[in-house]
Ligand binder design. Structure first.
Ligand code: MN
Length: 205
């Protein structure tokens, strides 16, 4: 393999997220997007060793990253903030004796107008799924709680056509409460598995 091929593969496979957010490796730090997708996935990440192996070229993931970065770069020229990082401790949710922190990155946020955009690009459906609404709604809830302006919250699905869903206030509240519920379920299961000597058994539950 030539040097240039190695470099391209290395760039495609790079886990920039974990490099930029090392706290995600802590047992009590959960990702909003993972919880929104499936809280059991969050338990697996914390409880199952060696689950991070990926295919040499995960094309779907690369395609998603490329679409996000292209659009974010264009929006940034117009005053939007890309990958706006947020985090929040959940006082009543613990792994062992450590409070759980949820972290996330808003794809696009415009601080002057208060608009939030969550971009989605998976190809299997045009549908705006409930998990996308839960993710975007949680971001909106936390930004608002931080005292930042939040007016409109959109999920935009990019396929051969664009599909938009704009969240209602009740979507936002419901989303946040759903994430806290899921974080609590994940935390209980993670606490159990970390206290269990038989970590491998957990995968079959
Ligand atoms: Mn996104």
């Amino acid at each position: 393999m030539s040097e240039i091929e190695s470099k391209i593969l290395e760039f495609i496979a790079a886990d920039e997220y974990a490099a930029a957010n090392p706290e995600i490796n802590e047992s009590n730090v959960f990702s909003v997007s993972t919880l929104a997708w499936d809280w059991k996935r969050q338990v697996e990440y914390k409880c199952k060793a060696g689950n991070h192996a990926r295919a040499e070229v995960n094309y779907d993931m690369f395609r998603g990253k490329a679409i996000h970065e292209y659009l974010q770069r264009r929006f940034e020229r117009e005053g939007w903030i890309a990958e706006f990082k947020l985090s929040k401790y959940l006082d009543d949710v613990k792994v062992g004796d450590k409070r759980v922190m949820i972290i996330g990155h808003v794809d696009l946020y415009h601080p002057d107008t208060g608009v939030i955009v969550e971009l989605k690009s998976s190809q299997w459906s045009d549908k705006i799924s409930e998990s996308y609404v839960i993710q975007a709604g949680t971001y909106a809830y936390i930004l608002h709680e931080m005292g930042l302006r939040v007016t409109n919250v959109h999920v935009i699905k990019i396929n051969s056509k664009l599909t938009r869903y704009t969240l209602s206030d009740s979507d936002v509240t419901r989303a946040y409460h759903e994430i806290v519920t899921r974080a609590a379920l994940a935390a209980d299961n993670i606490t159990k598995c970390l206290n269990s000597p038989k970590l491998d058994d957990y995968a079959n539950e």
